[in-house]
Design a protein around this ligand. Structure first.
Ligand code: ADP
Length: 618
């Protein structure tokens, strides 16, 4: 038994271990794939729902927009830019960043020289789209005469062949081939601290960071024409001014952002503003490393495993829904408050993968359990039938021949003058043994009736003392055999409604036990009294007693204490079970107090006011 239990334990632990391994393997496989398009959806969604990040308030944009074209009636030319820059100079900008290539502007050579001069004096930075490799820095330079301008790499990125492949701009280059881009240089001038840039990661010879995007229109935008023509401009001094195009004519001057995938979602000058602020405020997003994503996915897989195998289906569904929402909330909190981006798709897919993997497993286990219950039920049913048949056989086929044996033994003893002493002894043994067998059959038949709930109470008003006296009389013979004195102390009692037959059987069981488990020459005391509206009958003996550990079991079916089985005292272990049952039918109770080797006292209590309605087929 021990080794079976041990094997079963090992098997169970192995099963649990295997399930955990499967759940973790699912997580491992899932975290090997990046599900870029879906992940990008959840990444962008977090931008859309989160509170917009603060700006440094240091950046303004100027756009050559539709209004400018309308007022100038043409594209701005070199001379317009000269006038614009002269006006802009009055606001003492900290930096002027040009995203427009001045060499594409129309104008006379003299004007071009003037613009080149002005740009040099104002230290304009030209944002080049290229990031030159080492040694090819020349490529950055603008064509003559603008080669005097300070040209720096200010590239934009787009997810074209990598990640989501959806042309959206989500990241920026901070260092290209070990050289800082214009955003890095300008941000370093503004920032006083020397803290390292958050969220840096290496990518194809560049160092990049995820941009902290704000919706289009967050940064103040001035029309080129307004700066040029109107007297009053609410331009602040000492600002970083990004000059660019916003003419809605060519998508090259626009980017798609996490907020919108439209072709003209954000003009590039506003993109530069977003990039600059990401570095100025050091709010680049940090991507969770693969190990963290694997950990989160594994924890969720294990939780789902637990939910599926241990929780009822409806609660399980609710739990799965809550877990899915939970991962969303955690990812959002990490994004909003800690600029930390956790992968959401892998954990969500793990939830569904584990669900679809383990649900069929659960169904198989359940159907196997159902099948084995059904089989057990069938066997129980057969056993029940067998028991009923056996009981029927007992009552008819065993009791009748037994009665005949007892009758014949009586006749032989009564007129058996010719019997020798030995023969008389033998016939007496036949008689005693058949009596024992008859009592056993009666107990088993009673048990059968009890278990089939076929015991019916026939209540009649009776004096319990009369029943006690009758019982004592019936037991006198066996008491005398052991020289046991049966003493009765009976208080006068009111008549109560009881089933005489069952109560007599209960008291008989107690008195017979007292005689059976007492030594020769001892005393058995039977008392009756009325206490608190209850009739109390006690049977006390000076017998072998019952050990403390066995006391709670003596009223159980077929229970016999070890000491009596060893002493070869005969019995079925049914007497006290039936006694308790019969007393229970009368809404009474029975208890035992006992000390080993010093005797036992059984106390039975019956209510005085047992109602007629108890006459049920219990
Ligand atoms: P049995 O047929 O064995 O007497 P019972 O159900 O009447 O079955 O009793 C159950 C067990 O309780 C007995 O086997 C015995 O161990 C213990 N028992 C019952 N009555 C007494 C008693 N008066 N003294 C000691 N032990 C008792």
């Amino acid at each position: 038994m021990e080794s079976f239990n041990q094997k079963f334990k090992i098997y169970r632990n192995l099963k649990v271990f295997l399930r955990i391994c499967i759940a973790i393997s699912i997580s491992f496989i899932l975290t090997r794939f990046d599900f870029a398009y879906l992940e990008a959806f959840f990444y962008d969604l977090r931008f859309k729902v989160k509170v917009v990040s603060p700006t440094s308030g240091l950046i303004e944009t100027v756009s050559v927009d539709e209004l400018s074209l309308d007022q100038l009636k043409r594209e701005p030319e070199v001379k317009d830019h000269i006038a614009f820059l002269k006006k802009l100079r009055t606001y003492k900008p900290r930096n002027v960043i040009y995203t427009i290539d001045p060499s594409t502007l129309k104008g006379s050579n003299r004007d071009k020289e003037t613009l080149a001069d002005l740009g040099e004096k104002m230290n304009i930075i030209y944002a080049s789209k290229i990031v030159p490799q080492k040694g090819l820095e020349e490529n950055l330079q603008l064509a003559y005469p603008y080669n005097r301008w300070n040209a720096m790499p200010g590239p934009r990125t787009r997810e074209r062949n990598i990640f989501a492949n959806d042309n959206v701009t989500r990241r920026m280059i901070v260092y290209g081939f070990d050289r800082p881009t214009l955003h890095t240089v300008v941000a370093q001038q503004v920032r006083n601290d020397k803290k390292p840039i958050r969220g840096l990661y290496d990518f194809l010879g560049t160092t990049q960071v995820l941009i902290d995007f704000k919706p289009t229109g967050t940064y103040p935008e001035h029309s080129f024409a307004n700066v040029l023509f109107s007297e009053t401009q609410n331009f602040k001094e000492n600002q970083i001014v990004v000059v660019g195009l916003n003419e809605l004519s060519d998508s090259i001057h626009y980017i798609r952002t996490p907020f919108s995938k439209s072709l003209l979602a954000m003009p590039t000058n506003e993109m530069h503003a977003n990039m600059l602020d990401t570095l100025i405020l050091n709010r680049g997003y940090v991507e969770a490393p693969k190990s963290i994503n694997f950990l989160i996915t594994s924890i969720l897989s294990l939780m789902i495993l637990f939910v599926i195998l241990k929780v009822r289906p409806v609660k399980g569904l609710i739990a799965i829904f809550c877990l899915s929402m939970g991962i969303g909330v955690i990812a959002f909190i990490a994004f909003q408050f800690f600029q930390y981006s956790i992968n959401m798709v892998q954990p969500l897919l793990a939830i569904f993968a584990c669900y679809y993997f383990f649900i069929p497993y659960r169904l198989i286990v359940e159907s196997r359990q159902k099948w084995s219950y059904q089989r057990e039920n069938k066997i129980l049913h057969q056993v029940e039938e067998l028991k009923n048949n056996f009981l029927k056989m007992m009552s008819h086929d065993l009791k009748t021949p037994l009665a005949r044996i007892q009758g014949m033994a009586d006749i032989t003893l009564n007129d058996g003058g010719g019997l020798s002493t030995e023969q008389r002894k033998a016939v007496n043994i036949i008689k005693d043994s058949s009596q024992e067998l008859s009592e056993l059959i009666t107990s088993i038949l009673d048990l059968g009736r009890v278990e089939n709930q076929g015991v019916k109470l026939h209540l009649k008003s009776r004096d319990i003392n009369d029943i006690i006296l009758k019982t004592v009389k019936g037991c006198e013979f066996s008491a005398q055999k052991k020289n046991i004195q049966l003493i009765t102390e009976l208080e006068p009692l009111f008549s109560v409604k009881i089933d005489e037959h069952l109560i007599k059987q209960a008291i008989t069981n107690l008195v017979e036990n007292a005689i059976k488990y007492s030594p020769e020459d001892s005393k058995v005391l039977i008392t009756s009294d009325e206490v608190n509206n209850q009739i109390v009958v006690q049977v006390a003996d000076q017998g072998i007693g019952i050990s403390e550990s066995e006391k709670e079991y003596v009223f159980e079916k077929f229970y016999r204490s070890k000491s009596v089985s060893n002493k070869d005292i005969k019995g079925s272990g049914l007497g006290l079970y039936l006694t308790k049952y019969f007393i229970g039918l009368h809404k009474g109770e029975i208890q035992v107090e006992s000390e080993e080797s010093h005797g036992s006292t059984f106390t039975m209590k019956l209510p005085l006011d047992l109602n007629e309605s108890t006459d049920l087929n219990i």
